[in-house]
Design a protein around this ligand. Structure first.
Ligand code: GLN
Length: 286
């Protein structure tokens, strides 16, 4: 080894990235390269990086500075306290989508073997989070992207979610004739011309997982219209949507004959999930 190679410590590596990227992003990239925890970085500021570790870290910092999302650079993102593998084939799970899981879990019995469908599962985050919390439920997760299916299956396996069935399906196409107790979806809902698509992480995420027609409601309209035929009487449909789409979603749900139509705010106070119950519900039993 060349004695003249300059060594970089954890503290120096983090310090050097200051002008280029956010401090939290730098920390997450370094944790990933060194395969250590945040606590380790704090406890060992003087630890020296091997030259290849330093090189790998600076190359990730440069990619982050050019806009690539941290989740894609480190290949994972936490959602509902579970660690999901992510690649540019799937949308990065968002904290606000945890609300969809919360509202779903309220409607899935811990004692009955319910059937749940997740439409447009992407990384599988929503389906797997529900599956882990409701082991008696059978979850079907579909996505039209075969590349997304590969990631969703990897996640189901590594998180040992044995009660999830992953299907490549264009919305309901592969579940024809099947009925579910609950249907959930975080579909694409950004309007085609929305300037956010050209900003931040969204630039690197799959366009088909984000954009949905001129008002962003194309997929939601399709799901709301097709869902009743795939819900048991009294079954719920829950949809995540954009910050300004709650009223439109409630209207679509009412028009499609759903009862008890509601919208619920996320932790930021934005109406984020709307839902309704398939009409004529008798008392539901297992
Ligand atoms: N919540 C995402 C965003 O606007 C969009 C996700 C989606 O279309 N399902 O950043």
């Amino acid at each position: 080894m060349s004695p003249s190679l300059p060594q970089t410590t954890i503290a120096q590596a983090l310090q050097q990235t200051r002008p280029d990227i956010d401090a939290t992003d730098a920390r997450m990239l370094l944790q990933s390269v060194l395969n250590v925890s945040h606590a380790h970085l704090i406890a060992h500021p003087g630890q020296e990086l091997a030259p290849e570790q330093a090189q790998q870290f600076y190359s990730l910092v440069a990619r982050r500075a050019a806009g690539e999302p941290v989740a894609y650079l480190v290949g994972e993102r936490e959602f509902y306290s579970l660690n999901f593998k992510v690649t540019p084939a799937v949308l990065i799970p968002r904290p606000e989508t945890e609300l969809l899981v919360d509202l779903a879990l309220e409607r899935v019995s811990t004692e009955c073997p319910c059937k749940v469908l997740d439409l447009g599962t992407g990384s599988g985050a929503v389906a797997i989070a529900i599956a882990k919390h409701r082991p008696l439920a059978s979850i079907t997760a579909v996505d039209s992207s075969v590349a997304a299916m590969v990631i969703a299956r990897v996640n189901a396996e590594h998180l040992v979610a044995t009660n999830v069935r992953m299907l490549a399906s264009d919305w309901f196409s592969e579940v024809a004739g099947e009925e579910f107790d609950l249907i959930v979806s975080n579909p694409p809902y950004v309007a085609d011309g929305d300037p956010h698509l050209k900003q931040g992480d969204l630039r690197f995420e799959p366009h088909t997982a984000l954009a949905a027609g001129s008002d962003g409601l194309d997929c939601i309209r399709h799901i709301v219209t097709a869902a009743p035929a795939h819900l048991i009487t009294g079954g719920w449909l829950l949809l995540e949507h954009g910050y300004d789409q709650a009223a439109a979603c409630r209207q679509l749900l009412s028009k499609a004959g759903f009862d008890e139509v509601f919208s619920h705010p996320d932790l930021a106070g934005t109406m984020r999930v709307s839902g309704g119950k398939r009409q004529n519900s008798p008392t539901q039993s297992c």
